[in-house]
Design a protein around this ligand. Structure first.
Ligand SMILES: [Fe+2]
Length: 174
């Protein structure tokens, strides 16, 4: 994950978690978002474990309430697909981590990556469809129906964007 992708992902997770929480627990969500994948750049698959250790040390230095610390650690510990959040904000955060996939900025990142291995725009569109279907299945494991409704609407919008790409050849450049 590049630094740019990391920053974008964290911002999108904050935005989506706040949509789900109706703007509540903004501090906890923001801190959790910036910390949850911090160790991913260094530690790869074990990033949850290392991010949790880092977050625990970081939180000891803050004056946040015990409740806020519990929420932040729950968000970080359980944001992965196999996580089982123990707080409602933890559930929203886990859903937001998956929802962050369904954004136009992220679509372009995937499209650039898939374009290198695709022979046609149709093949690229198929790869994007597959990616979104897999992400939707992951999201369905999170117990947040609202997030699924949001994701389905966003997939429709994103499909409209990349379905127009196959018509690019028909555009006359004057
Ligand atoms: Fe994440």
């Amino acid at each position: 994950m590049s630094n740019q992708s990391f920053i974008l992902h964290c911002r999108l997770v904050i935005d989506d978690a706040l949509i789900l929480s109706h703007g509540k627990y903004k501090n906890e969500i923001s801190i959790a978002a910036w910390l949850h994948d911090l160790e991913r750049i260094k530690s790869g698959e074990d990033h949850v474990k290392y991010s949790l250790v880092f977050a625990d040390e970081f939180l000891k230095e803050t004056k946040l309430s015990a409740k806020s610390k519990i929420i932040i650690l729950d968000c970080i510990k359980n944001h992965g697909s196999s996580g089982k959040p123990e707080t409602i904000i933890g559930i929203y955060f886990q859903a937001a981590d998956k929802l962050s996939m369904f954004h136009e900025q992220v679509l372009l990142e995937h499209a650039f990556r898939f374009a290198k291995e695709s022979n046609s725009v149709q093949e690229l569109a198929q790869k994007l469809d597959d990616k979104y279907n897999k992400s939707l299945i992951k999201l369905k494991h999170v117990k947040c129906r609202k997030a699924i409704v949001i994701a389905k609407k966003r997939i429709e919008t994103l499909r409209k964007i990349y379905s127009t790409w196959s018509n690019i050849n028909n555009i006359n450049i004057v």
